[in-house]
Design a binder for this molecule. Structure first.
Ligand SMILES: CC(C)(COP(=O)(O)OP(=O)(O)OC[C@H]1O[C@@H](n2cnc3c(N)ncnc32)[C@H](O)[C@@H]1OP(=O)(O)O)[C@@H](O)C(=O)NCCC(=O)NCCS
Length: 178
């Protein structure tokens, strides 16, 4: 597979509809993985997953990259930049590492830094934003560790796991990346 961005543990390549595999399907049907995501509220099947990947590939305002382990050439998740504002030079980031064996090894931080660097240096973005729910403290910790700041809190804004949760807006400028 053609490698687009290369880190220490992982490389990133363009995601494609061919990534609609049973492994990927198991990630988005796993409540532990999707607890902090919009994805997962409704059941997915291979057809709906392939359609989603086709729509992202066709969307000129999204860049979706597959996260792959260098050691095993294994697809373990995705990271996406979208909602590009060509006037304000901002965009939004989303990440999902679906392979739970890959959690807690610094991969999320490595991938986010690589993609933020790409956004700032190659795409000339001024600021990158994201949303995260407060039932996902691990993700908030990751984002704060690499330099994101909380810019807004929508109180009890989403419903998951039988309760309402706050939705946080976080943002990072180029000179804040750690
Ligand atoms: C959230 C996610 C990207 C974290 O990736 P990761 O590779 O496990 O994160 P890292 O190993 O780089 O950890 C970065 C920091 O966040 C902390 N962290 C990550 N996940 C955590 C968790 N579940 N609980 C507590 N802390 C956590 C780590 O402790 C680490 O901080 P430290 O270095 O000070 O110890 C990954 O678990 C994931 O994709 N989850 C499912 C989808 C999801 O929730 N995406 C984010 C939606 S906003």
């Amino acid at each position: 597979m053609s490698r687009f961005l290369i880190g220490e543990q992982i490389f990133l390549r363009a995601a494609s509809p061919a990534d609609a595999t049973p492994a990927y399907l198991s990630w988005i049907n796993d409540p532990e993985t999707t607890r902090g995501l919009v994805t997962g509220t409704y059941p997915s099947n291979l057809d709906s997953l392939r359609s989603y990947l086709e729509s992202v590939s066709a969307d000129g305002n999204s860049i979706m990259l597959a996260i792959c382990l260098k050691s095993a050439d294994q697809h373990i998740g995705n990271i996406k930049l979208d909602s590009f504002d060509k006037t304000a030079m901002t965009c939004e980031l989303g990440i999902m590492i679906g392979d739970k064996d890959s959690w807690g090894k610094g991969i999320g931080s490595e991938v986010c830094r690589l993609v933020l660097n790409y956004a700032f240096e190659q795409l000339n973005q001024r600021k990158v934003s994201l949303t995260v729910y407060d039932n996902n403290p691990g993700a908030v910790r990751l984002y704060e560790k690499i330099g994101f700041q909380v810019e807004g809190r929508l109180r009890k804004h989403i419903y998951a796991d039988g309760a309402y949760h706050d939705k946080l807006w976080m943002g990072i400028f180029k000179d804040e990346l750690k």
